[in-house]
Design a protein around this ligand. Sequence first.
Ligand code: ADP
Ligand code: MG
Length: 346
Amino acid sequence: EATVERIAAGEVVERPSSVVKELVENSLDADATRVEVTVERGGKDGVTVADDGIGMTETEVRRAVEEHTTSKIRDIDDLESGVGTLGFRGEALHAVGAVSRLTITTRPRSDRDVDSRRGTELTVEGGEVTSVEPAGCPEGTTIEVDDLFFNVPARRKYLKQDGTEFAHVNTVVTSYALANPDIAVSLTHDGRETFATTGQNDRREAVMSVYGREVAESMVEVSAGGEGGGESGDDGDAALPDGPLGGVSGLVSHPETTRSTREYLSTYVNGRYVTAGAVRDAVIEAYGHQLAPDRYPFAVLFLDVPAGDVDVNVHPRKLEVRFADEEGVREQIEAAVESALLEDGL
Ligand code: ADP
Ligand code: MG
């Protein structure tokens, strides 16, 4: 039983960045306006996510670490037959607790209709709740995950060097920070702050916090298609050729300030962070010969895709998506980015 549970947990939690992803998503779900992520040694020695969200009562936090959907994972055969495609609603916290030492400190926000005077600290070690105590703490929730995979040596061994694990964590936190400019998101690694956004709901400001001032100030705004779904011309939106996308918006780097030897491409489909080969190719194509050799653009692009035109039947933790009409998407993105660069006189 315990073994199956640990294997199941390993399906949800692959590495420190998967812990970070689940915890940050929970903070956003909890209506937080501030999310602070702190990791030690790439997250291998510790991941802490603190938020000012709605918090939990003692009853709620006890329930939060229970297993919700046991029926989905009955044995190893289930796992191998691709249970992952079923999703893991209600599984994340339980799964993290099964393979780490987990401490949740939480207090309900005072605007909730529950007793918000006292907080609770709950600890889990390798899947066992080891203590539940009253705690003095601010409103909101802080979740600390120490010694990830301490009880699954095979998994622990598979973790990469600190720098590599941190790069994954950075990608995850950056993607949420850029998609949620109205929330103050910060990331600290081994005591040094990597970035912090202000939460002032300004996309360019969020980009500046993450990528630096020079890049952000020179970025070019992309806005094509828009809410009207193909009706171009209004609110200054550029025309979008017919195709699967209803709209393309965001920011792309100015060719002249694009000196990066690595691409920083954040793509969101209907608000969800994804990677998509078609999008990457189209953005690079749109720059044509304007980029120096071996230089790659920065881009933060939000795509509106009607349900049915994106393959949603992918593993819940796999980020790569495919579109039913890849060629159509590619053409639309290339057109949207090209017209943004043109409008900027490039
Ligand atoms: P899910 O998010 O799919 O419901 P999780 O295992 O990630 O499952 O979380 C279980 C529950 O714990 C959530 O539904 C929520 O009620 C509670 N919870 C988790 N994190 C937080 C948080 N940061 N603030 C408030 N409640 C939380
Ligand atoms: Mg969750």
